[in-house]
Design a binder for this molecule. Sequence first.
Ligand code: ADP
Ligand code: SF4
Length: 688
Amino acid sequence: MPRDPRYDILFEPLQIGPVTIKNRFYQVPHCNGLGYARPRSLAAMRGMKAEGGWGAVCTEEVEIHPSSEISPYIEGRLWDQRDIPAHRLMTEAVHQHGSLAGVELVHNGFHAPNRTSRLPPMAPSAMPVSAYDPVHARAMDLTDIKNLRKWYRQAALNAREAGYDIVYVYAGHCMTTLMHFMLPRYNQRSDAYGGSLENRVRLTREILEETKEAVGDQCAIAFRFAVDELLGKDGMTSEGEARDVVGMLAEHPDLWDVNISGWTNDSSTARFEPIEGYQEKYTTFVKSLTSKPVVGVGRFTSPDAMVSQIKRGVLDLIGAARPSIADPFLPNKIAEGRHDEIRECIGCNICVTGDNLCVPIRCTQNPTMGEEWRRKWHPEKIAPKQSDDAVLVVGSGPSGLECALQLANRGYQVTLAEAGTELGGRSTRESRLPGLSSYARVRDYRSNLLQQKSNVEIYLDSKLDEAALLEFGFKHILLATGSRWRRDGTGRQHHAPLPGLELLPVFTPDDLLDGNSPAGEVVIFDDDHYYMGGVLAEKLITEGQKVTLVTPDVKVSAWTEFTLEQEKIQSRLMKLGVRIITSHSVNAVTSDAVELACCYTGRTSTLPADALLLVTARDANDALYHSLKSNPAALAAAGIKTVEVIGDAYAPGSLASAVYYGHLAARCFEGESWDAALFEGERPGLVN
Ligand code: ADP
Ligand code: SF4
C-alpha cells in the first residue's frame, strides 16, 4: 500500500552536524542485557532496527573507562581500542541498511560501585555510592577531571574508528558524572567546577567542545540531557536551571536528546504514564532555545502523534526505545501504509527486566527481541509450512493468538477455537484492571491480523472437550488453555493448603476478573510478588473496600522492582490508604479473621477480615492435554498426529512468556528444534 501522505514529514531527511539522517525515526540509546558480553547478539538486534527503517540506531550507555563500570549489569564498553571490533559489528549491521549508528559514551561517577574493577568511584564531592555497597566515592581533584576529559576524548576517537556517526555526551538519568556535576545536591565544590551554574556546567561544556574538536568533522555530537528530575526544587527542573543549561549550551551539540530523569520516570510504565507523548510538557521548551535538532521520547507508536510532535515544533526527530523494541519495523510499516500492523508497545517494561537482571532483553509484544542472533529469528519473517496438514489452536489468550498468527504466517490452515465470547484470554481480562488497559494491545495486534487472513477460521463461544477434539479430525492440536489462580493459598510460602479456608469468603484474582468482588475488610495475601496483588489492592480500595495487603517480602509487588515500578506501586497504595503488612504470611483463617505469622520470628497475630483474596500461584489448565495424551489409541484412531500444550497451560508465567512460547511452538511446528539454539550462546573469546 502507498504511504499515507499525512506521514510524509516523518520521512524527510535531516542534517545533524556533519551527517544526515534519512528519516525522523530515531532509536535512542537503550539497555538490553547483551552489551559487551554478547556483541553478536547485540549487533543482530540493532541491525534489525535498521532493517526495519529506523534512521538512527544507538547503543546503550557505553562505559569509557574502568573507573566507572556498573557490573554486574551488562552495558556497552569502549574502554580502549580492543573494544573497537565488537562495536564494528554493530555499526556495520546498522550501516548495511543506510542508517546512522550512535554511541552513548558514559562515565557513571558515584552511580558505579566498580564491583569488578575495584577502583574507588569518583564524584564531584565525596559521598557513598548510590547503591548500598559499602563503598564511598572520592571527590575528583583537578587531575581526575583532566583524566576524565582525556578518557572522553579518546573514547570519542575510538568510537569514530569503530564507525559511529553520532557520538553522545551523556548527562542524563542522574546516573552520569556530568549530571552529578550539574546538581548542587551532589556538587559542593568551591573551585571552578562548583558553585554557580556556569561552574557546574563547565565540565560538560569542556567535554562537548573537546568531543567536537576530536571527531566533530565526521561525527555528529549528541547531548543527552535530563531536563527534569520530577523532584521539584530539590532537582533539575524544566522550569528552572534546565532552561539555563540549554541556553548556555544551546549551539554546542549538533543534536539535543532530551528526556526526564530518573530512569523510572523516563521509562515509566503505561500503568503510571498512560498517555503517548507524556514527556512533552517537560521537554517542549528546548526547541525554543536552540537552532539544533531535538529528539525526545514518549512511547510513541502512532504516526499521527509523531507527526503532531514535529508539526507543533516539539521535536524534530521521534525518539523511541520501547516502541522500537516492540516493533523494529515500525518505520517501514508506516512507510508502506501498513500502520495498522504496528506491534504497539504495551508499556509493561518486561524489556527493562533484561537489563536489571543481567540477562538478554525480551519483550512482551515482540517475542523475537533478543533472539535475532541466537535463534536467527526475524520479527517479520518465518519459515514456510512443511505440509498441508490443518492445525487447531485451542484458546485465544496471548499464547494461542501468537501461535495461530505465526502458523498462519507460515501458510498453514489454522482454526482457532475460544471458549469465551471474546478473544485475548488474560490480555483482555487484565486490561480491565486499573492501569492495565494497554495490555489489550497484545490481543489487538494479533486479532487484527488473524481476522484478515484467508487461511484462518476463528470460533468464539466454543469450549472444546476431549470428545470434540477427537471428532474434528485435525491432524495437529495446540492447547493454549491458560491457567487459573489457586484457591488454597499454596505458592512460594505454603506448600499445603491454608487451614480454615472454608470459614471465610475466599476469592482469587479470577473471581475479580469475572466480576465477583469481595466487600468489607479485605485481606490480600500476595505471595505472587508481581503486579496482580498491587493492582487488585488498588481496584478494591478505589471501589470503597477496606484493604490490607499482606506480603512475605519486605516490599509490595517486589518483582516490579525490575520493571521500574515498585516504588511507584508502593507509594500509590500507601497514598490510597491500603494498609501494608510486609514480612508476614497468612497462615490460617477463621470465620472473621486471618492469622498472620512474621517471616523472621514466627510470631503470630490476628487480623480481622470479612474476606480473603489469595494471590499466590496459578495452576495450568492442562487437564484436556493430559487426558488426550493418555489415550494414544484414540488419537491414532482420530488421525491426530501431534498434541502440544503451550503458554500458561504448559507453565504459568508472564504475558511475555505466554507470547514467547506461542511463537516458539509455531516456529518449531514441523520446523526448528526448540533447544538447539540455546547451545549457540555467545562464548567468551580467548584472544588476550
Ligand atoms: P495464555 O496466557 O497461555 O495465552 P490465557 O489464560 O490468557 O492463556 O488464555 C487461555 C484461553 O483459552 C482463555 O481465553 C480460555 O477461555 C480459553 N480456553 C480454555 N480452555 C478452553 C477449551 N477447552 N476450549 C476452548 N477455549 C479454551
Ligand atoms: Fe513495550 Fe513491554 Fe515490549 Fe518493553 S517489553 S517494549 S514495555 S511491550
